[in-house]
Design a protein around this ligand. Sequence first.
Ligand code: NAP
Length: 235
Amino acid sequence: MMITQCLITGASQGIGRATAIALSKTNLYDRLLLVARSSEGLDKTMQLCDEKTQTVPLAFDLSKLDEIDAFAEAIYNEYGEMDALLNIAGYADPKPLIDTTAELLKATFTINVYSLVLLTREVAKHMRKKRSGKILNVASTAGSGARPGWLAYASSKAAVISISETLSSELSEYGIQVYCISPGRCATELRAKLAPMEDASTIMQPEAVANAIVSVLHDDGLIDGQNIVVRQQVK
Ligand SMILES: NC(=O)c1ccc[n+]([C@@H]2O[C@H](COP(=O)([O-])OP(=O)(O)OC[C@H]3O[C@@H](n4cnc5c(N)ncnc54)[C@H](OP(=O)(O)O)[C@@H]3O)[C@@H](O)[C@H]2O)c1
């Protein structure tokens, strides 16, 4: 019997972890493959997932761009076809223009853009053959509109919005749906770096974004790559 599978990056904490937990409680996928660097974080995510869904930890550093094709090949050899890829992993180190270095741009774009594109390419090669699949990219509200002091992060997320629109159009002929979710402020480690003075209890929690992602994954061909903003005011 064929089993349904979803590959999730950034699954060791924050929105990726919350999404894995939320998905494990649905009947959408039989197995979730969880990617991040932290094995400890992935183990914790697995413990929090519902047992009715299988979970597999795949510790990998997505900044190793030259190894992404071999990583993906190993996943396909071991586990078979993917029904969905969720590109959730992200990096932020907010700095104003004056302090923006080549290293900062490289670190930010390596995770938020380059690794996303390369992993998507490898997964899409397989999805094209089976003529179905869903790819969901997590961008940000920072990707549209001005974010003074966040140049590298905001521009990398603008790229994710653009990439999603392009791929939605490019891959539709192969039966692949591409989605783009742009969360607003959400209480995670990454947000604490962007806004260290903020009270995390007053902003959207990762579970709210996870629920939005699960809703979008239920789509049956009506959503097509447009930027979907997910925002919640918490009093
Ligand atoms: N929080 C917000 O307010 C907000 C708003 C809009 C968009 N977003 C986006 O939401 C996504 C999830 O972020 P989050 O807020 O949940 O932040 P987070 O808690 O800091 O999680 C980031 C995730 O990315 C993974 N990651 C980072 N570098 C990696 C690498 N080199 N290789 C593999 N995995 C890596 C981390 O895992 P390891 O450290 O274990 O590798 C972690 O699982 C990001 O794309 C972020 O830009 C967040």
